[in-house]
Structure formats: structure tokens, C-alpha cells
Design a protein around this ligand. Structure first.
Ligand code: GUN
Length: 296
């Protein structure tokens, strides 16, 4: 069991490798005289974080050779107008997949918007049809973060069969699907899903062979919550104000400095799970283009 130097699971490198694979496939598509895959992002309002996520999605789409469009609307767009845009995107044969960046302004019903998206173009995997198909192990678009983590685990060669996987956090788009996917045939973990009402949280975490922290609290996972030799996947990303030149430092849901020496392997923040999420969106878009999930 490792004591001092855990293996760093390099999400940045794995994501770059997958992007190269996608890029090659797109180049091949173009060589055959076909149009490239087309991903659209719908952005409402000018929230800084949403804007930077969408810019990043646009940039990375272009880097692999996709066509990338952003439909931008002011904060006061009506729900009706937004739903009409979605109708338009659903019908546009030149759009393979699209996402509606969340959160939406309060006067818009996000659930209604998500349910309006054609599941065949729902590359975020947020539509109930895709969530239901995931639950039934049918072909579907997996949500980007859990999909990215599964890919990271596979590409890093982490043994999962029969292991105890503890997932911290039960959100609809990370914790809950993550727990489901880790219990599936092929991953074969015994899974415990922990949340804010879980009793004996420390003890449960300390019994994990694989600990996935998606609780949204900076440095929540401390050294005493980790079993020696565990694999730790940190989904959190938080900016904490400090006196440095930048004015902040970045941490995950795991107290990295204290926890890392105890692990067999761990994802850093930044550079672990983060880079995998957009890559998963690109993978879903390529699948949409190739009609791999839905055949028609
Ligand atoms: N807001 C934060 N993360 C996401 C995401 O993965 N997809 C969408 N549509 N909105 C988000």
C-alpha cells in the first residue's frame, strides 16, 4: 500500500488524448466529403460562470473540428421564446446535439425546457428519457461529469470489480448517476451513496476502496475519512479567497495535501475530473452525429 506518493490520475492528459482521437475521427469524416458534427450551446443572460463554461465548450468543439454555435439571449427572454428556439433546434437537421446552459433565470421553468429537448439531441443527458434509459442500461447520452469519471477510471486502469465505492453527494447530474454507473455490470462495485442525512459518514467513507467526492464543500474530505490505499476521485472545484497575487486558490471537495499521501491514486484539482467533462460532451456530440445512440 502506498504511503507517500500516490499515483496522480491525470485528467488533463487523458482528456487531451481523447480529444486527439475525436479530432482524427472528424478529419476522417471531412476527408469523406461529409459535414462536421455540429454542437450548439444556448445561453440565457450574462452570468460570468455560465459564460465561461460556454466559451470553453465552444473553443474545445472547434479544436476537434466540430462546427460550434452559441445562441445567446438576454435575461428577459420569455419561456415561450426559449421553447420556440428549442423547437427550431429540434428540427434543424444540421444540428446534431445541443445544450441549454443552466441555471436559467427564475421566470423560466428549467424542467419544462429540458423536457422540450429532443432526447436524440440531448447531449447533456439531462432529459428524463435519457435518465430513464441510463437506469435501464439502454443506449443513452450519459451526463458529462459521471461519464467523464467513468472514462477516467477506465483509462487509468483502476480495478473496480467487487470494490466498495462510496459516493458523497446525491445530485441529479453527478452523485445519483455516479452511484448507479459504478454498480453496473462491468464496474461491479458495491456502492454506498452518502448525503447530508447520512449517519456515521466518516466511518462509511473510511471503508471505501473508491471514494468519489461530489458534495460541493471545499476540502470536506479529511485524512481520517480515507482508508489507506484508497482511490479518491475529487469532483469539487472551489475558488477560495486568499492574500495571494491571484486573490484566490483552487481546491476540491478533498483536503488534497492531507489525503493524498494516504491514497493509492487520486485526482488533482484542477486537472483531474474537470477536463473530462467537456470531453464527454464532445464524445456525446460525435455519437449524436453518428447516430450511435438513437438510430434514426
Ligand atoms: N451548468 C453547469 N454545468 C452544466 C452542464 O453540464 N450542462 C448545462 N447545460 N448547464 C450546466
Amino acid at each position: 500500500m502506498s504511503e507517500k506518493s500516490p499515483i496522480l490520475i491525470d485528467g488533463k492528459l487523458i482528456a487531451a488524448t481523447i480529444k486527439e482521437e475525436i479530432k482524427k475521427e472528424v478529419a476522417d469524416i471531412l476527408d469523406h466529403g461529409q459535414r462536421p458534427p455540429h454542437l450548439v450551446a444556448v445561453l440565457v443572460g450574462d452570468d460570468g460562470a455560465s459564460l465561461s463554461y460556454v466559451k470553453s465548450k465552444e473553443k474545445q468543439s472547434q479544436e476537434v473540428g466540430f462546427t460550434s454555435s452559441v445562441y445567446r439571449f438576454p435575461e428577459n427572454i420569455s419561456e415561450k421564446e426559449l421553447l420556440e428556439t428549442i423547437d427550431f433546434l429540434n428540427k434543424d437537421n444540421e444540428v446534431d446535439g445541443y445544450i441549454v446552459q443552466m441555471p436559467l433565470p427564475k421566470h423560466i421553468d428549467s424542467r419544462k425546457v429540458t423536457e422540450h429537448i429532443d432526447p436524440r439531441k440531448d447531449v447533456d443527458g439531462f432529459h428524463p428519457v435519457n435518465a430513464g434509459r441510463m437506469m435501464l442500461s439502454l443506449p443513452c447520452y450519459l451526463p458529462a461529469t459521471p461519464y467523464g469519471i467513468i472514462t477516467l477510471i477506465e483509462r487509468a486502469g483502476i480495478e473496480t470489480s467487487g470494490k466498495h465505492c462510496v459516493v458523497l453527494g446525491r445530485s441529479d447530474i453527478v452523485g445519483t448517476p455516479m452511484a448507479l454507473l459504478m454498480s453496473r455490470k462491468g464496474k461491479d462495485c458495491t456502492v454506498t451513496l452518502c448525503h447530508s442525512k447520512t449517519q456515521n459518514l466518516k466511518e462509511i467513507c473510511a471503508s471505501a476502496d473508491i471514494l468519489i467526492a461530489a458534495i460541493g464543500k471545499p476540502a470536506f474530505v479529511t485524512e481520517d475519512m480515507v482508508k489507506p490505499g484508497a482511490v479518491v476521485i475529487d469532483v469539487g472545484i472551489h475558488r477560495i479567497k486568499d492574500d495571494s497575487e491571484k486573490g484566490y486558490y483552487v481546491t476540491g471537495d478533498v483536503d488534497y495535501k492531507a489525503v493524498a499521501p494516504k491514497c493509492s491514486s487520486i485526482t488533482p484539482v484542477p486537472g483531474g475530473v474537470g477536463p473530462m467533462t467537456i470531453v464527454s460532451l464532445l464524445t456525446n456530440t460525435l455519437k449524436a452525429y453518428k447516430k450511435e445512440v438513437y438510430k434514426d
